[in-house]
Design a protein around this ligand. Structure first.
Ligand code: G3P
Ligand code: MG
Length: 241
């Protein structure tokens, strides 16, 4: 029987297996064969750092707000298993177009710096069809678009808007990324009726993965990519087309 398509986007590297948003987590996602990898990026002290929270305590041995710290201090910290907080460029070097990369813009002002880096990487040979930039911060997505970076965009969502995914259509994004906490059949069908892909985040349990496939979502963000890869077709050499 033809297996259903459900794209696997490995979350924060492969956070179910290695410290989130570290190089080992990204390498693990590649090793497991994830066709797409998501990481979180903040712009701090003139550098693009791969990190999720606004504070340092949960995932490092540091303290305080990420954006109030120097790059030197951030790089001195243990982000898990003795690893440094990576830069976006280091993650790009590790992935090296072997998988699609979804960069989630965190914070308030990462767009311009990410645009500059991606423009250079694309000029140097990165396949732009393997890049997707997403954010909860929609002005940041609009800023990236204003800077004419030739990548796909995704709008993150945590909640249920009154007019479905119209906001995402208005943003002219490729995809909408709701949380599993709020995804329902209406949102899935509404996104598809507007020509949007729908990728759901927070999908780790096998029952949830199966449920998302039944609802017809296009892909899931998971910390356990093998759970999706073992059971659902991915399509060869996936690109965000
Ligand atoms: O990009 C999908 C997902 O990562 C969004 O939520 O909090 O895990 O960054 P969060
Ligand atoms: Mg994220």
């Amino acid at each position: 029987m033809q297996k259903p398509d459900l794209l696997c986007i490995s979350h924060r590297g492969a956070m179910g297996h290695a410290p989130e948003n570290t190089l080992s987590s990204v390498r693990k996602a590649l090793e497991l064969g994830a066709p797409c990898i998501e990481i979180d990026v903040h712009h701090v002290d003139g550098h693009l750092v791969v990190f999720h929270d606004i504070r340092l305590e949960r995932t490092t041995n540091g303290t305080g707000y990420l954006r109030e710290r120097s790059f030197e201090y951030l790089r001195s910290l243990d982000a898990g298993d003795g690893q440094q907080i990576p830069t976006l460029e280091e993650v790009c070097d590790v992935i090296d177009s072997q998988a699609c990369l979804n960069i989630e813009l965190k914070g308030m002002d990462a767009a311009a710096a990410v645009a500059e880096l991606l423009t250079r990487l694309i000029r140097e040979g990165w396949d732009n069809e393997k890049l997707l930039v997403s954010s909860f911060n929609y002005p940041e997505l609009l800023e990236m678009r204003r800077l004419h970076v030739d990548v796909k965009f995704g709008a993150l969502l945590h909640g249920i808007p009154v007019d479905g995914t119209k906001f995402a259509e208005d943003l002219h994004v490729y995809s909408v990324h709701p949380s599993i906490d709020f995804v329902n059949q209406f949102i899935v069908d509404d996104a598809h009726s507007r020509g949007l892909k729908i990728f759901v985040y927070g999908v780790d349990h096998p029952e949830d993965i199966a449920k998302m496939q039944e609802m017809g979502v296009d892909g899931v963000f998971t910390g356990f990519p093998e759970r999706v890869l073992e059971n659902y077709a991915q399509g060869d050499k996936f690109k965000w087309t």
